[in-house]
Design a protein around this ligand. Sequence first.
Ligand code: SF4
Ligand code: SF4
Length: 102
Amino acid sequence: MRYSKEHAIKISSELFPDELCEKCGKCCIIHSYKTENGLEVIYCEHFDKETKLCKVYKDRFKYNCLTVIEGILARVFPKECPYVRNIKNYEEPHFYKYLREK
Ligand code: SF4
Ligand code: SF4
């Protein structure tokens, strides 16, 4: 069976409503790593660091953004995110622990 992004968007929005998001902006971090000068945090180019919101939210899937269901499988969310905090076997990317130590 062929994978359909449109179908993923429909199913994901039904299972994971937008209202659950606490707008922390953490899942828009592409990567984070330690350097000699501290922690380097790389955000998605569409992320507005002032508002902590996506600048292209309504059109984000045109820019290859993941649905929540895809984001869970790709492990992009921090473990405290409402979309994953009750998923026992969810594993977050390791860089979130550096952000908490900051
Ligand atoms: S990590 Fe979770 S709560 Fe934070 S912005 Fe992303 S979806 Fe929303
Ligand atoms: S497109 Fe928007 S929602 Fe998706 S990762 Fe980038 S800033 Fe975040």
